[in-house]
Design a protein around this ligand. Structure first.
Ligand code: ATP
Length: 277
């Protein structure tokens, strides 16, 4: 850090020692590695994500983005490295414990249960439904019924939030690819995660639904949810993200505001190399 011009040497030294409040990291990764045999799909990635931020993760095909998400969300165990959620190590926790701790995730290709209604699919995301615990069933059937009613109300409100309320009682198989992404978002939101990892929310989505998806992500963030998203659509990235990480061959190439990284020669070369591969 450089001393600010116009400060006395003593004030400059004090400013260097006390640089002011640093936003608390909600998630941080420290030298995360994931190997598949001889391939290091993620090769020593470190970053931190501030509470309230929308951070983008971009990079050419095969860069390791989804594998990094898998390590963060718990569907793959990292080979080495640390992952902290709100200061607590989570890298050895299974995915459902990370979700319970506040870290939710959507997939590149959502797979709802096609015969179940949208409402039923969203209810599957409920982690705290009293009816799922055996003891309260015996002790207080009234409380269970109330909790179930509340869960249904919450699921309906979330379907409304993602503009799918009208289809609540239709089977999920009727949905388009973009609507499935919105349904999956509603399902993850049932657990009220503080942080959501979104894997390509715009991929395969038609332009009118894309606007809905962008708006809903922005609204979610305004309501306090921190977001990390993988996306190839740079329009979405530049509209939503203040900062992006660029991954190439498993390593963090650079990070910065979207417009800046899009001009970075190393980033352009990584994409050209990826396209040629
Ligand atoms: N289960 C696996 N076993 C072996 N290799 C894997 C496995 N999963 C991913 N890889 C390899 O790890 C590398 C990173 O893949 P990953 O899917 O994480 O990249 P990505 O950046 O998400 O790509 P895309 O943008 O195409 O989704 C690739 O070389 C891929 O072939």
């Amino acid at each position: 850090m450089q001393a600010r011009p116009g400060l006395t040497p003593a004030a400059a030294a004090a400013a260097i020692e006390n640089p002011g409040p640093v936003p608390a990291a909600l998630l941080s990764a420290d030298r995360v590695v994931k190997r598949f045999g001889g391939v290091a799909a993620v090769d020593g990635v470190s970053f931190s994500l501030a509470r309230g931020e929308i951070l983008g993760l971009i990079g050419p095909n095969g860069a390791g983005k989804t594998t990094l998400f898998d390590c963060l969300a718990g569907s793959q165990a990292p080979t080495s490295g640390r992952i902290l959620l709100d200061g607590r190590p989570i890298e050895r926790l299974p995915a459902h414990r990370r979700l319970a701790a506040g870290l939710g995730r959507t997939f590149q290709i959502p797979r709802p249960f096609p015969q179940m209604t949208l409402l039923e699919n969203v209810l599957l995301g409920c982690q705290h439904l009293a009816g799922e615990r055996i003891l309260p069933n015996w002790l207080s059937p009234g409380a269970v019924a109330r909790a179930e009613r509340e869960a249904r109300d919450k699921a309906m409100a979330l379907l409304d939030f993602v503009a799918l309320a009208k289809l609540a009682h239709q089977p999920a198989r009727v949905l388009s690819g973009g609507q499935r992404k919105l349904l999956e978002l509603a399902r993850v939101l049932m657990a009220e995660p503080a942080l959501i990892l979104l894997d390509e929310p715009a991929a395969g989505v038609n332009p009118s639904l894309l606007e809905t998806i962008i708006e809903r992500i922005a609204e979610l963030n305004r309501r306090g949810t921190t977001i990390l998203l993988i996306e190839h659509n740079m329009d979405l990235v530049s509209r939503l993200c203040g900062r992006v990480l660029v991954l190439a061959s498993g390593r963090l190439l650079t990070e910065g505001p979207p417009a800046e990284v899009a001009r970075d020669r190393r980033v352009i070369e990584a994409y050209l190399g990826g396209a040629a591969a």
